[in-house]
Design a protein around this ligand. Structure first.
Ligand SMILES: Cc1cc2nc3c(=O)[nH]c(=O)nc-3n(C[C@H](O)[C@H](O)[C@H](O)COP(=O)(O)O)c2cc1C
Length: 493
């Protein structure tokens, strides 16, 4: 048989094989009872599922314009990638932002702060827990928001930690406890105590103060944070799918390997304001370190009631000369997380429709702290899509003492917003424990990106501050922000 005959024979066999396969699938589709579409349109209907599974990629890379996608559009992602890669931060020709897309603008000064002086433009040091035995002197106002080892891979935690150590900023452990990767990264840590209290829990998930005291002796852990709620899933506990509970993670959390790690939706010992401040007291007393709380606002009345209870308790204790206790009941900071915050896994309804956005909650929290004379005592930290210079500066101008960033740092690690954090198939090795993907993430390389992103974000913020006439970005205030009137695009054109 010559080559042409061989080729014709192979091609013929393949065609027959495809026809046979097609007939088989057609027959199976017709007989099955689960899918109406397949019964009514055998074989053809598979095209719909195919397009549904790959359509996301077509839209992502070919169809969506630069400012269209959610949760983060390409323009914002590119801004972070550029900062992480130390690329040129300028753009040409004109802004691609529609005139009425941004609800505010910065108010520049006719007499900008002269940035030729080459002074130190670092913000002032922020002291956490000045009245504790171990205050923390933070050089950075921008820190890595809580993301657990579990939601994140070992390599991701390690790269974030090394980057944070290089840049002198904080890494928050998230609610999954302390892992070897946190320790190897070497950054200053905030240990988050979630509702399951991984690493410091009694069997009923209440706080085990002996375990807490042991943790607090670790010099790398600078502060503790009690998580009341998180913007992406307020009123819901942590969810780590079974497939992500590897031996490492099970060890850090003290749970069985391969079983989903679901934490309760609230702290077992907390059911009202009084028990909440008791928990703060216990953590501060036994850790002797600064302690904050993290929450996403739901009801304004409930938040005010918590702060009122705290203020009342402080007043009573101070009146009776128990100054130390008054301080132990007081959180050293409050993180206000936005309803559009990120997560490794959460019910869609919670992500879409539960909780308050920081644009509403942050001014309320600030006003409440002022009302109860606690604004100077409790630092206000904000998180929720603040990864670009514009939004980070917005937060500082509106009164944030510091900001936390989660997904921005993930972009700096190379995240492409594939949104597979809950599936263990993250293609960039960040939110998976499958070595097939994690081996691509090289911590030594990516830690430099984490460091550069932070450094360049600070630089961009300083530029904004200088244009507004102030030396450092922590000096931005509401005076530097103007609410934009809605400008009709038609009018402008
Ligand atoms: C993968 C992932 C895991 C997270 N894990 C936690 C967690 O363990 N505890 C927590 O309080 N918040 C967690 N968060 C929420 C972030 O800390 C942050 O509050 C939220 O994403 C808003 O910040 P961002 O808009 O900068 O991402 C997680 C977010 C992501 C993306």
């Amino acid at each position: 048989m010559n080559t042409a005959d061989l080729f014709i024979n192979i091609a013929g066999s393949l065609v027959l094989l495809f026809i046979a396969l097609g007939c088989y699938v057609y027959y199976k589709d017709k007989k099955q009872v689960r899918h109406t579409l397949l019964r009514n349109f055998p074989l053809l209907a598979h095209g719909r599922w195919l397009m549904e599974s790959v359509g996301h990629f077509f839209r992502y890379y070919m169809v969506a314009d630069d400012r269209q996608e959610y949760p983060f559009n390409r323009a914002d992602r590119t801004t972070v990638y550029k900062m992480a890669k130390n690329n040129n931060m300028t753009e040409a020709f004109g802004s691609t932002q529609k005139p009425d897309e941004l609800s505010f603008s910065f108010i520049h000064s006719l007499y900008p702060f002269n940035d030729e002086k080459g002074e130190d433009y670092a913000p002032s040091v922020l002291v956490y827990g000045a009245t504790t035995e171990n205050p923390y002197y933070a050089k950075s106002r921008i820190n890595i928001s809580a993301m657990s080892h579990g939601a994140l891979s070992n390599n991701a935690v390690l790269a974030l930690g090394k980057g944070a150590k290089m840049g002198g900023f904080l890494q928050n452990t998230g609610e999954g406890g302390l892992s070897q990767s946190h320790i190897d990264g070497g950054a200053d840590l905030i240990y988050q105590i979630g509702t399951a209290k991984y690493g410091c829990a009694n069997p009923d998930t209440s706080l085990n103060t002996d375990k807490l005291e042991v943790l607090a002796q670790n010099p790398q852990i600078k502060m503790f944070e009690i998580k009341m709620s998180q913007g992406a899933k307020p009123g819901k506990g942590g969810i780590l799918p079974a497939v992500k509970v590897t031996e490492d993670i099970a060890k850090a959390r003290d749970i069985p390997v391969g079983q989903a790690s679901i934490s309760p939706n609230g702290h077992v010992e907390v059911h009202d304001d009084a028990t909440m401040i008791e928990l703060i007291y216990k953590v501060k007393k036994h850790s002797k370190k600064p302690t904050g709380i993290k929450l996403c606002l739901g009801s304004e009345e409930q938040f005010e009631s918590l702060i009122q209870t705290l203020a009342q308790k402080r007043f009573e204790l101070i009146e009776s000369g128990q100054l130390v206790d008054a301080e132990l009941y007081t959180p050293d900071y409050i993180v206000v997380d936005s309803s559009d915050g990120g997560t490794g896994a959460a019910p869609a309804a919670h992500m879409d429709a539960m909780g308050m956005h920081i644009r509403t909650s942050m001014p309320f929290v600030k006003a409440t702290l002022i009302k109860y004379n606690l604004r100077k005592r409790i630092h206000l930290i904000v998180s929720g899509k603040l990864m670009t210079p514009v939004w980070a500066a917005w937060a500082f101008a509106n009164g944030a003492d510091a900001i936390n960033i989660a997904r921005g740092f993930l972009f700096s690690l190379g995240c492409i917003q594939a949104r597979k954090c809950n599936k263990n198939t993250c293609p960039t090795g960040i939110t998976t424990h499958n070595p097939r993907y994690t081996k691509g993430l090289v911590p030594e390389e990516k830690s430099v990106r984490v460091y550069s992103y932070h450094k360049n974000l600070e630089h961009e913020l300083t530029n904004i501050a200088h244009s507004c006439g102030v030396r450092t970005y922590d000096l931005l205030t509401e005076k530097h922000i103007r609410k934009n009137e809605l400008i009709s695009v038609k009018c402008v054109n």
